[in-house]
Every structure is written in C-alpha cells, then in structure tokens.
Design a protein around this ligand. Sequence first.
Ligand SMILES: NC(=O)C1=CN([C@@H]2O[C@H](COP(=O)(O)OP(=O)(O)OC[C@H]3O[C@@H](n4cnc5c(N)ncnc54)[C@H](OP(=O)(O)O)[C@@H]3O)[C@@H](O)[C@H]2O)C=CC1
Ligand SMILES: Cc1cn([C@H]2C[C@H](O)[C@@H](COP(=O)(O)OP(=O)(O)O[C@H]3O[C@@H](C)C(=O)[C@@H](O)[C@H]3O)O2)c(=O)[nH]c1=O
Ligand SMILES: [Mg+2]
Length: 310
Amino acid sequence: MATHSNKPARRILLTGKTGQIGHELLPFLDAFGDVRAPDSTELDLARPDALRTYAMDWRPQLIVNAAAYTAVDRAEEERDRAMAVNGTAPSVLAACAAELGAALVHYSTDYVFDGAKHGFYKESDEPNPMNVYGITKATGDAAIQKAGIPHLIFRTSWVYGLRGHNFLLTLQRLAREQDEVRVVNDQIGSPTWSRLVAQTTANVLDQTLNERQPEDMSGIEKASGIYNLTCTGSTSWYGFAQAILESLPEDERPRLKPIPTSEYPTPAPRPANSVLAVEKLRAQFGILLPDWQGALTFCLNNQTASDPIA
Ligand SMILES: NC(=O)C1=CN([C@@H]2O[C@H](COP(=O)(O)OP(=O)(O)OC[C@H]3O[C@@H](n4cnc5c(N)ncnc54)[C@H](OP(=O)(O)O)[C@@H]3O)[C@@H](O)[C@H]2O)C=CC1
Ligand SMILES: Cc1cn([C@H]2C[C@H](O)[C@@H](COP(=O)(O)OP(=O)(O)O[C@H]3O[C@@H](C)C(=O)[C@@H](O)[C@H]3O)O2)c(=O)[nH]c1=O
Ligand SMILES: [Mg+2]
C-alpha cells in the first residue's frame, strides 16, 4: 500500500544524536524533513576533513549541531580534542552552511561566563570562560557568529534528563551507593530538562522555517543570534540535589550536606553564578519554559523502573 508523507523535502544533518539533547531532538526534527544523524563512530567531529566531506555530500539545508565535548573536568587535560569538537567543528559546519546556503542550529553553555556578574547573564554579555570547556565552547559560538550565515545559538545550562551523563542520574546513583552526599551550595544556575531544549528548538524552527520552501532560510536569517534557553528560576547544585533526593522514598534518601566549592575541588573551576535571562526568547518567539522544579517533576514522572541506571 502506498503511503503518502507530508514531510517537506528538506535535508537535515543532526550531530550528537546519542547525547542528551540530540536524542530528544531526533523525533522533533523528523517532522521538518529527512534527517541524517550520524553517530560518533560514523562521523568523528574531531576530523574536520571527514566532517566537511560528510556535510557537502548530504548537502543539508539545515544543520543541527547537538554534538559536543561535554566532559568539563576531562577537557582540562584533553584541550586539543575538546577544541577540535567544540571550537573547530562548529566553524567547519558554519563554512559548509555558507557554501550550501544552509542554516546552522547550535548549542552553547552558561560555562562561557566567569560567574562574577550579579544578576542574570544576557545574550549580549561578553563571555569570559574560566575553564577549557568554556573556552572551547566560546570559540565555537564566535566562529558561527562571524560566519555570516543564518544561525540560532541556543545557550542553555545544567542540562539533565533520563539518559547520558548528568547531575540527576549522578545523584540517583550516589543515593544508592552512599549514606551521605555532599554538594556545593555556592554555585548558582538553572537546571534545564533536555526535552524542553529540544521542544523549544522545534518550536523556534516551526516559527522560522518556510513550510513550502525547504531551502528558504530567511526566517532564521532574520532571527539569527544567541538565545538563552533555560528553565526559569535558579538554585545551587545543593538545591538541585535536594529536589532530586526528595523525589526518592524516605528510606532511600542519603543525608545531604551543603558544602562550599573549596571543599569539593575539581580540575575545572566553575562559575559561581551562571543564571541566564530568558526574556529574549519570550520577546522574539513567545516562549517561556517552566520553572526548574516543575520541569524536574515532569521529567521524573517519565522515569520508570525500566529506565537505564546511571
Ligand atoms: N550537558 C549540559 O549540562 C549542557 C550542555 N550544553 C550544550 O548542549 C549541547 C548538547 O549537550 P548534551 O546533549 O548534554 O551532550 P552529551 O554529552 O549528552 O552528548 C554529546 C554528544 O556529542 C557526541 N560527540 C562527542 N564527541 C564527538 C565527536 N568527536 N564526534 C561526533 N560526535 C561526538 C556524543 O557522541 P558519543 O557519545 O558517541 O561520543 C554525544 O552524542 C552541547 O553543545 C553542550 O555543550 C549547554 C549547556 C549545558
Ligand atoms: C556529583 C557532585 C558534584 N558536585 C559539584 C561539582 C561541581 O562543582 C558541581 C556540578 O557538578 P557536575 O560535574 O555534575 O556538573 P558539570 O559537569 O559541571 O555540569 C556542567 O556540564 C556542562 C556540559 C555544562 O555546559 C554546564 O551547564 C553544566 O551542566 O557540583 C558536588 O558538590 N557533589 C557531588 O556529589
Ligand atoms: Mg560533569
């Protein structure tokens, strides 16, 4: 039986499909066209030539780069690899987009900031990263911004979900392994559920892409720039841990102890305050994400006994 698809004839390249955000993006992007989503074994973003060849062969009209080197502490010793994936690969993708007339969707991080600001960071605030991960991410952002291509850079923070490496799954594991968990209470940010990042990306694409003309990227061209994209409200990692542990049955909760950063030394320093202002996303696209507690509850309601354990 012949089936008819309403799918637009738009070619899309998605990187990072096994990651927290990429995994959530895949079903949404499917509605916007034909998605090719190579994993890291099929396409290593640390190899610029292979990346270029792959992109120029598929000739996407839309590139969504959800891949990144996200191991914040390991990046301190693996600077070259982190820079290849987070700094160079986005510039290669931007150059391909320029040649193809394609648009590029990319993700940035609160860790591009030094955390010294009192109050919310805006999209117009200058990055001043304090660790290698942040330096490499700021490099990628800058390369895309100066490429002169239609682009959307969604800057998010403290991303968690039910798969991959994230603070939610780490805390759930520590709760099973330890009687006491110590967590820093002097780094403030906004925990953000990966699915909301994907859903918001799709919402913005829906508002900017041309339904009838797959190659028309003028909507993204007009809207080009950085958009902060986080849940609203803020907390410390300790506050986030508290909310995570409260969702466990009482007899499965470890003791939770607030500590200063000085008592939890890590190879990479992290910003003390990285709360992002989300007014621009609301003003431009009418999108406001839920507060972080509400989003966490939604996410945990999706968790069943069959979910992978961190
Ligand atoms: N996690 C967070 O808290 C935050 C993330 N972000 C940004 O959001 C984006 C998505 O992050 P998130 O989903 O958490 O990332 P994850 O760490 O969950 O996933 C990263 C993805 O990138 C892929 N990848 C890594 N290295 C390579 C490579 N050399 N070649 C090809 N693919 C590679 C991984 O594949 P594989 O597993 O096979 O290596 C994986 O699919 C990134 O830009 C990140 O900087 C921004 C703020 C917060
Ligand atoms: C697991 C754990 C962490 N911590 C501290 C260490 C650190 O200062 C802070 C956060 O620790 P993590 O290593 O889990 O999170 P981290 O890797 O720093 O998370 C970051 O990832 C990158 C990719 C981003 O872009 C950021 O937005 C942010 O989400 O909490 C504790 O105090 N106690 C603990 O038990
Ligand atoms: Mg980490």
